[in-house]
Design a protein around this ligand. Structure first.
Ligand SMILES: Nc1ncnc2c1ncn2[C@@H]1O[C@H](COP(=O)(O)OP(=O)(O)OP(=O)(O)O)[C@@H](O)[C@H]1O
Ligand SMILES: [Mg+2]
Length: 163
Protein backbone atom coordinates (compact mmCIF):
# COMPACT_ATOMS: atom_id res chain seq x y z
CA UNK A 1 0.00 0.00 0.00
CA UNK A 2 1.42 3.39 -0.90
CA UNK A 3 1.73 6.06 1.75
CA UNK A 4 -1.04 8.12 0.22
CA UNK A 5 -3.63 5.42 -0.33
CA UNK A 6 -6.43 5.44 2.19
CA UNK A 7 -6.72 2.07 3.91
CA UNK A 8 -9.41 -0.50 3.22
CA UNK A 9 -11.35 -2.17 5.99
CA UNK A 10 -12.76 -5.68 5.68
CA UNK A 11 -15.59 -7.63 7.21
CA UNK A 12 -16.22 -11.31 6.42
CA UNK A 13 -19.94 -12.01 6.02
CA UNK A 14 -20.50 -15.79 6.31
CA UNK A 15 -24.28 -15.56 5.91
CA UNK A 16 -27.23 -13.24 5.46
CA UNK A 17 -27.47 -12.41 9.19
CA UNK A 18 -23.91 -11.09 9.06
CA UNK A 19 -24.79 -8.79 6.17
CA UNK A 20 -27.67 -7.44 8.23
CA UNK A 21 -25.40 -7.06 11.27
CA UNK A 22 -22.95 -4.99 9.28
CA UNK A 23 -25.89 -2.73 8.42
CA UNK A 24 -26.70 -2.47 12.13
CA UNK A 25 -23.11 -1.59 12.94
CA UNK A 26 -23.05 1.14 10.30
CA UNK A 27 -26.39 2.50 11.51
CA UNK A 28 -24.82 3.24 14.90
CA UNK A 29 -22.19 5.53 13.38
CA UNK A 30 -24.35 7.20 10.71
CA UNK A 31 -24.86 10.96 10.68
CA UNK A 32 -26.98 13.34 8.60
CA UNK A 33 -25.16 14.10 5.35
CA UNK A 34 -23.67 10.60 5.06
CA UNK A 35 -23.73 8.84 1.71
CA UNK A 36 -23.08 5.10 1.55
CA UNK A 37 -22.40 3.67 -1.90
CA UNK A 38 -23.16 -0.07 -1.95
CA UNK A 39 -21.22 -1.74 -4.76
CA UNK A 40 -21.56 -5.41 -5.70
CA UNK A 41 -22.90 -7.68 -8.40
CA UNK A 42 -26.52 -8.79 -8.70
CA UNK A 43 -27.44 -10.72 -5.56
CA UNK A 44 -24.38 -9.65 -3.58
CA UNK A 45 -26.50 -8.63 -0.61
CA UNK A 46 -26.75 -4.84 -0.97
CA UNK A 47 -30.44 -4.72 -0.12
CA UNK A 48 -29.91 -7.18 2.74
CA UNK A 49 -27.35 -4.85 4.31
CA UNK A 50 -29.58 -1.80 3.78
CA UNK A 51 -32.47 -3.72 5.38
CA UNK A 52 -30.38 -4.48 8.46
CA UNK A 53 -29.35 -0.84 8.69
CA UNK A 54 -32.86 0.58 8.32
CA UNK A 55 -34.53 -1.97 10.60
CA UNK A 56 -32.00 -1.33 13.35
CA UNK A 57 -33.01 2.35 13.26
CA UNK A 58 -36.77 1.94 12.80
CA UNK A 59 -37.57 -1.48 14.20
CA UNK A 60 -37.43 -5.04 12.90
CA UNK A 61 -41.07 -4.88 11.85
CA UNK A 62 -40.31 -2.08 9.37
CA UNK A 63 -40.80 -3.27 5.81
CA UNK A 64 -37.73 -2.57 3.71
CA UNK A 65 -38.58 -3.57 0.14
CA UNK A 66 -35.93 -3.55 -2.56
CA UNK A 67 -36.21 -0.28 -4.51
CA UNK A 68 -35.70 -2.24 -7.74
CA UNK A 69 -38.85 -0.83 -9.37
CA UNK A 70 -39.59 2.26 -7.29
CA UNK A 71 -35.90 3.30 -7.62
CA UNK A 72 -36.05 4.94 -4.18
CA UNK A 73 -37.69 4.32 -0.81
CA UNK A 74 -37.59 6.98 1.90
CA UNK A 75 -37.77 6.58 5.67
CA UNK A 76 -38.18 9.25 8.34
CA UNK A 77 -35.58 9.38 11.12
CA UNK A 78 -35.65 11.83 14.04
CA UNK A 79 -32.95 14.03 12.53
CA UNK A 80 -33.46 13.64 8.79
CA UNK A 81 -34.82 11.40 6.06
CA UNK A 82 -33.03 8.26 4.94
CA UNK A 83 -33.14 7.58 1.21
CA UNK A 84 -32.55 4.06 -0.11
CA UNK A 85 -31.82 4.08 -3.84
CA UNK A 86 -31.43 1.29 -6.39
CA UNK A 87 -30.03 3.01 -9.49
CA UNK A 88 -29.81 -0.16 -11.61
CA UNK A 89 -32.49 1.15 -13.99
CA UNK A 90 -31.33 4.77 -13.92
CA UNK A 91 -29.16 5.88 -16.79
CA UNK A 92 -29.26 9.68 -17.02
CA UNK A 93 -28.64 12.50 -14.52
CA UNK A 94 -32.06 13.99 -15.28
CA UNK A 95 -33.71 10.83 -13.92
CA UNK A 96 -31.67 11.26 -10.75
CA UNK A 97 -32.82 14.86 -10.29
CA UNK A 98 -36.43 13.70 -10.63
CA UNK A 99 -35.86 11.20 -7.82
CA UNK A 100 -34.66 13.96 -5.48
CA UNK A 101 -31.08 12.73 -5.52
CA UNK A 102 -29.61 16.13 -4.62
CA UNK A 103 -31.89 16.50 -1.58
CA UNK A 104 -30.95 12.99 -0.52
CA UNK A 105 -27.28 13.93 -0.35
CA UNK A 106 -28.14 16.43 2.42
CA UNK A 107 -29.89 13.71 4.43
CA UNK A 108 -28.70 10.09 4.62
CA UNK A 109 -28.42 8.21 1.32
CA UNK A 110 -27.83 4.48 0.87
CA UNK A 111 -27.23 3.80 -2.80
CA UNK A 112 -27.24 0.47 -4.66
CA UNK A 113 -25.66 0.51 -8.14
CA UNK A 114 -23.98 3.86 -7.29
CA UNK A 115 -21.88 3.83 -10.48
CA UNK A 116 -25.11 4.76 -12.31
CA UNK A 117 -24.95 8.18 -10.59
CA UNK A 118 -21.75 9.05 -12.45
CA UNK A 119 -20.37 12.46 -11.52
CA UNK A 120 -23.26 13.13 -9.14
CA UNK A 121 -21.86 10.62 -6.67
CA UNK A 122 -20.10 12.69 -3.97
CA UNK A 123 -16.41 11.92 -3.44
CA UNK A 124 -16.73 12.17 0.35
CA UNK A 125 -18.94 9.05 0.42
CA UNK A 126 -18.33 5.77 2.19
CA UNK A 127 -17.78 3.09 -0.44
CA UNK A 128 -18.77 -0.43 0.56
CA UNK A 129 -18.01 -3.25 -1.88
CA UNK A 130 -19.55 -6.67 -1.39
CA UNK A 131 -17.59 -9.53 -2.93
CA UNK A 132 -18.70 -13.15 -3.35
CA UNK A 133 -16.58 -15.63 -1.42
CA UNK A 134 -17.89 -19.13 -2.01
CA UNK A 135 -21.46 -19.10 -0.74
CA UNK A 136 -20.53 -16.28 1.65
CA UNK A 137 -19.59 -12.65 1.13
CA UNK A 138 -16.86 -10.20 2.09
CA UNK A 139 -17.34 -6.46 2.51
CA UNK A 140 -14.57 -3.99 1.76
CA UNK A 141 -15.08 -0.49 3.13
CA UNK A 142 -13.13 2.57 2.04
CA UNK A 143 -13.43 6.32 1.80
CA UNK A 144 -11.48 9.31 0.55
CA UNK A 145 -13.00 11.30 3.40
CA UNK A 146 -10.59 11.51 6.34
CA UNK A 147 -13.48 11.85 8.72
CA UNK A 148 -15.00 8.57 7.48
CA UNK A 149 -11.60 6.84 7.70
CA UNK A 150 -11.38 7.94 11.32
CA UNK A 151 -14.81 6.48 12.04
CA UNK A 152 -13.91 3.23 10.25
CA UNK A 153 -10.64 3.00 12.19
CA UNK A 154 -12.58 3.17 15.43
CA UNK A 155 -15.05 0.42 14.51
CA UNK A 156 -13.52 -1.90 11.89
CA UNK A 157 -10.36 -3.88 11.17
CA UNK A 158 -8.01 -2.79 8.44
CA UNK A 159 -7.60 -5.37 5.71
CA UNK A 160 -4.47 -7.49 5.78
CA UNK A 161 -1.97 -7.92 2.93
CA UNK A 162 -3.62 -8.67 -0.42
CA UNK A 163 -3.45 -12.33 -1.36
N1 LIG B 1 -23.35 -12.69 3.67
C1 LIG B 1 -24.16 -13.43 2.91
N2 LIG B 1 -23.87 -14.72 2.66
C2 LIG B 1 -24.69 -15.46 1.88
N3 LIG B 1 -25.82 -15.01 1.29
C3 LIG B 1 -26.16 -13.71 1.51
C4 LIG B 1 -25.35 -12.87 2.33
N4 LIG B 1 -25.93 -11.64 2.34
C5 LIG B 1 -27.04 -11.71 1.60
N5 LIG B 1 -27.19 -12.96 1.08
C6 LIG B 1 -28.25 -13.44 0.18
O1 LIG B 1 -28.03 -12.94 -1.11
C7 LIG B 1 -29.28 -12.86 -1.81
C8 LIG B 1 -29.39 -11.55 -2.54
O2 LIG B 1 -29.46 -10.50 -1.60
P1 LIG B 1 -29.89 -9.01 -1.98
O3 LIG B 1 -31.22 -8.99 -2.61
O4 LIG B 1 -29.69 -8.23 -0.74
O5 LIG B 1 -28.80 -8.64 -3.08
P2 LIG B 1 -28.59 -7.27 -3.88
O6 LIG B 1 -27.13 -7.03 -3.91
O7 LIG B 1 -29.43 -6.20 -3.30
O8 LIG B 1 -29.10 -7.65 -5.33
P3 LIG B 1 -29.57 -6.64 -6.53
O9 LIG B 1 -28.33 -6.26 -7.29
O10 LIG B 1 -30.48 -7.50 -7.36
O11 LIG B 1 -30.26 -5.46 -5.91
C9 LIG B 1 -30.36 -13.08 -0.76
O12 LIG B 1 -30.87 -14.39 -0.95
C10 LIG B 1 -29.64 -12.95 0.55
O13 LIG B 1 -30.20 -13.76 1.54
MG1 LIG C 1 -30.79 -4.92 -4.15
Amino acid sequence: MSMNASPDFEVFLPSEVDSKSLGTKLARILRPGDVIALYGELGAGKTTLARGLIQSLLGDETEVPSPTYTLVQTYELPECSLWHFDLYRVNTPSELFELGFEDALQDIAIIEWPDHAGDLLPSDRLSLRILFEGSSRRAVLSSQNAEWVKRLDEHFDRSGPKR
